[in-house]
Design a binder for this molecule. Structure first.
Ligand code: MN
Length: 243
């Protein structure tokens, strides 16, 4: 199974989580929210081939951590994975929008200069702006829109720009989430949890709860759970080979 967007370093007991992920044979992309969090987070999965740690600067922190961009750039040289990055157009973040845009442009430009990276991207209430930015940096790498919640129309535009989508168990619980998943090309879908920020009945999802998403996808695709899992592995392999 693949959890292509989780915050391993934000669990209270990350080493236990890593151990269970390895026992279960999970492939994990551990995203970070600031460049300064990368080194410690990377230590968690350093010895495991199947755990990758991405360098991020979350849009909610862009305003206060813009000064970490030089650190971002230096870490980027030796790292294939970037995230969580992106834009957030929520009203409470409106005052930080200019800073968010500056940071996102900087990151995409750096990724492009380095020859392209695999990027896990946040786009809440900001899909068209995210796509506008991606359009300006066509060599920035492979964009994966994490927890896409935009319009159906923009899914097509995103796919035309080469975007992939990571979908999580929470998306299957909302009408819009389900509608989105039905409209993404199956060959562009991989799984994630965004844990520990998502959950059920007060308990956070664990990275291996991607199995909930796999099971829902198998119903939508009308295949068995194991076939759905195989298709997602296949998608992921295609995606990773691009960089
Ligand atoms: Mn996240």
């Amino acid at each position: 199974m693949i959890d292509f967007h989780c915050h391993l370093d934000l669990f209270p007991n990350p080493s236990d989580i890593v151990k269970t992920c390895l026992d279960k044979g999970l492939y994990v992309l551990a995203v970070t929210t600031t460049p300064s969090a990368w080194t410690k987070s990377n230590e968690l999965g350093m010895s495991a081939e199947r755990i990758k740690t991405a360098i991020g600067l979350h849009p909610q922190l862009a305003f206060e951590r813009e000064n970490e961009l030089p650190l971002f750039d230096s870490l980027l040289k030796n790292n294939k994975y970037v995230g969580e990055i992106g834009l957030d157009g929520s009203p409470e973040l409106k005052q930080t929008w200019v800073s968010q845009l500056r940071v996102f442009h900087h990151i995409l430009n750096s990724c492009q200069k380095e020859g392209g990276r695999i990027m896990s991207i946040h786009s809440r209430r900001a899909v068209s702006s995210v796509l506008d930015c991606l359009e300006k940096y066509p060599e920035a790498g492979v964009p994966i829109l994490h927890w896409y919640s935009g319009s159906i129309k923009e899914i097509k535009r995103a796919e035309d720009l080469g975007c992939w989508f990571s979908v999580n168990p929470a998306m299957f619980k909302s009408k819009n989430g389900l509608n989105v998943i039905h409209n993404i090309s199956p060959s562009r879908i991989i799984t994630e949890t965004d844990s520990p920020f998502t959950g059920e009945n007060g308990n956070p999802y664990m990275p291996w709860d991607v199995k909930i998403a796999i099971s829902h996808l198998s119903e939508i695709w009308k295949v068995s759970d194991s076939e759905a899992e195989r298709l997602i592995w296949n998608n992921c392999n295609i995606l990773l080979r691009k960089i």
